[in-house]
Design a protein around this ligand. Sequence first.
Ligand code: FRU
Length: 482
Amino acid sequence: TTPTPQWRPVYHFTPAKNWTNDPNGLIYLDGVYHLYYQHNPFENKWGHMSWGHATSKDLLHWKHLPVAIPEMESKDTTTWIFSGSAVLDKHNSSGFGKNGKAPIVAIYTADQPKQQKESQFIAYSNDGGLTYTQYAGNPVVDINKKDFRDPSVIWLEDQHKWLMTVAVPAEHKVQFYSSANLKNWELLSEFGGQGDTRKIWECPSLTPLYVDGDPSKKKWLLMVSSGNPDAATGMQYFIGDFDGKTFTNNNPAESKLFVDYGKTFYAAIPYNHLPEGRQTMVGWLMPFETATFPWRGQMSIPRDLLLKTTPAGIRLFQQPSAVLNASLDKLPAAKKLVKKNVTINNQELPLNTANNFNTNTNWIEAEFTPATATDFGLKVAQQTGGTETVLGYNTQSHELYLANMKEGKVTGDVQKLQVQPVNNKIKLQVLFDKSSLEVFVNDGEQVLTTLLFPAPGATGFAAFAKEGSVELNELKVWNLDK
Ligand code: FRU
């Protein structure tokens, strides 16, 4: 319990203190992004699950608010507020509205450990999402199971009804329900047993997206969190059609598609009620190693979701939310670095020459054209003669790798990803924020997120090429330190 301010992210959300896991009830209302989150208000470890609350106007600066939905304790029952979603009930279909104002309704899993039971509850807010009142008729969906959780609810405008996607974790499946009023739910169909079924399924979501931005090509993205036994990845996705009742996977049942290739990205859900066409998700970066204090767990950067046609088929692409670009643009010149057309030849090119970039809070975008070098890429968290983290690309094996090094030797696991150049280019967007590193490859076709815990003074960063040269076509760095 030694405080670890050196590892507190600057541009990623963390609770002021104590534990967080999944983001919950992501909703955009009147220019404000609400973030609820799985929270233990009392300790820096999982337990007493409640919905913590924060808001932001720019997805960069977050205001901490009081716990929105606390755990409930009665004589024989403890109810923990597990993951779920929040919607704006515009038409007051639930009747929870007051004085003509639309209520916000939270749909969440009530976890009741003493009864070994999970069911879906609703609660409503008439004060803009600050406090919630429990619906007296709870539960609203109950199939008498110990594991049945994480409802994600969206409004289907064309059918004028609500759609819930919810997981039956142990059976590797999701169920779809619909409702006219958020209180009475009817089972529509189930989807499961496809893709990666090696671990339980949690935190599902079903999201409509336009392929290549073309409104005539609508597809549905079904995302599911399911940690692998080898813990290499945490979330998978399916792309398919949804006819209002049934989801049909467009890929073979055995094909596995992953949202993120690191082991920390988990339980991501999209925002509700964003302006038409935009879909943005936030995930939890699971603290799989090194304890931090007085908080534990952080959120990913908000990521825009895009479906694009590739030679392999339609694939999910992710980009740091475009909303964040406005904040990058506003940074003073001393916090921005741009380099163009630099040849790096068998060398390391230090990039932290100005002190402004020495804080491990850099947002880096680099575009390389491979030449004769066997390996090239970026290094961060460098300490002279000590540790560093290498993000390299090997031109022979076409592997992107992320390795922690000490005195020239690899320490721990090396994370690897097969990556082909696109138009003979490798593009990397690297968001390094004190203890998290998110790497978007080739416009976000693949994403690899990890945690790292640099030693004091390990703040150097560089571009490099080994045994030959590489063209660094363009490099942009923004330093987001406060
Ligand atoms: C995922 C999860 C959810 C559950 C929540 C409990 O990390 O296990 O399935 O609702 O965490 O905190």
